[in-house]
Design a protein around this ligand. Structure first.
Ligand SMILES: NC(=O)c1ccc[n+]([C@@H]2O[C@H](COP(=O)([O-])OP(=O)(O)OC[C@H]3O[C@@H](n4cnc5c(N)ncnc54)[C@H](OP(=O)(O)O)[C@@H]3O)[C@@H](O)[C@H]2O)c1
Length: 307
């Protein structure tokens, strides 16, 4: 089968199209024929070896962490799906950039009718990570003030909508070209991160969602209430950047098929907006991973395997 194989840690050339052996579904797994897969920042972080401690890998390894596709075979004991069912989900590991992947059935949700495979593949990691990180330190409700850094990104766009649904006052940072988009998702206040300093414009924040790392984290302590919390997704170094007596948390998404089914249904019915950006062929995944590293445009990039 075709796959995007990482042979050695490195730059763009380290992950290339290659033939890999077809997997078989093990106990509690289904064999999925992949039709679409979402491109994530984790792809280049894995490729470069930045996260090799957190995600130790045996190389060569097939990259890709989320998919939409069709069940082609059932492993021993697998009973949630039938052959031919459309499914979507995060893998909780790697392997989605391949024609076939064996997945624990517990991680997958049925793809709702009316949602294309490309649209479905854009949802799992971003929607689950946004939902879970918003609630990571406790309930957010009416009267809460939430600052979302990277509000036009895949996680940020969902988080703005979830925080707004929960009744919070939502501030989002994004580049100038995305400010209207972030407003359209329900943000009460938007800040152009390139020309404005968010710390001069907001304060009294209960929760900072740091979907961007580096000095954005260091500058955000000032806008948080003393009791407020910051939840970071981009790098575990948020823990080292947390001053004594403040609440900084490193967050890692957990697959949750029940929640994913609900969120996917909300996208299918139009309750939630989910924006797909570029759609690329499997052969173009290595270049798409590199473009994500260099600087993303808003909208999730998805590989369409049927192209
Ligand atoms: N820990 C986990 O479980 C987990 C799960 C999923 C994702 N993640 C991580 O979470 C992060 C966000 O993921 P994503 O999929 O949402 O990425 P994304 O779609 O690439 O979005 C990132 C967004 O951040 C914006 N941005 C860049 N610098 C900024 C700044 N200084 N201030 C405000 N916004 C800025 C980018 O805007 P421009 O277009 O202007 O560059 C882009 O819209 C990534 O680091 C990813 O690896 C972690």
């Amino acid at each position: 089968m075709r796959s995007i194989l990482l042979r050695d840690y490195g730059g763009e050339a380290a992950a290339q199209v290659a033939e890999s052996p077809n997997p078989a579904a093990g106990a509690g797994q289904v064999l999925v024929r992949v039709r679409a897969a979402g491109i994530n920042a984790l792809d280049w972080k894995v490729r470069e070896g930045y996260v090799r401690d957190a995600f130790p890998l045996q190389l060569p390894a097939v990259l890709g962490i989320e998919l939409a596709g069709v069940v082609e075979a059932l492993g021993p004991g697998a009973s949630r799906f039938r052959i031919g069912d459309r499914v979507m989900g995060p893998l909780g590991g790697l392997g989605a950039y391949a024609d076939h992947v064996a997945v624990d059935e517990a991680r997958l949700a049925p793809t709702p009718e009316g949602l294309s495979d490309v649209a479905a593949a854009a949802i799992p990691v971003a929607a689950l990570a946004a939902w879970q990180s918003l609630r990571f330190t406790g309930a957010i409700g009416s009267g809460s003030r939430v600052l979302v850094h990277g509000a036009a990104g895949a996680l940020g766009a969902f988080a703005v909508q979830f925080a707004r649904q929960a009744g919070a006052f939502v501030v989002g940072t994004a580049s100038a070209r995305d400010l209207d988009y972030v407003r359209s998702l329900g943000a009460d206040q938007v800040i152009d991160y390139e020309s404005q300093r968010f710390e001069d414009l907001v304060g009294d924040i209960d929760l900072v969602l740091a979907y961007v790392g580096g000095d954005v984290i260091d500058r955000s302590w000032k806008v948080l209430k003393p009791t407020g919390a910051m939840v970071g997704t981009s790098s575990p170094d948020i823990l080292a950047r947390t001053p004594e007596g403040r609440q900084g948390h490193w967050f890692v998404m957990k697959p949750d098929a029940v929640l994913l089914e609900k969120l996917a249904a909300d996208v299918a019915s139009g309750v939630l907006k989910s924006k797909v950006g570029d759609v690329v062929a499997l052969e173009d995944i290595p270049a798409a991973i590199e473009r994500n590293r260099v600087g993303a445009r808003s909208g999730k990039v998805v590989a369409d395997f049927t192209r």
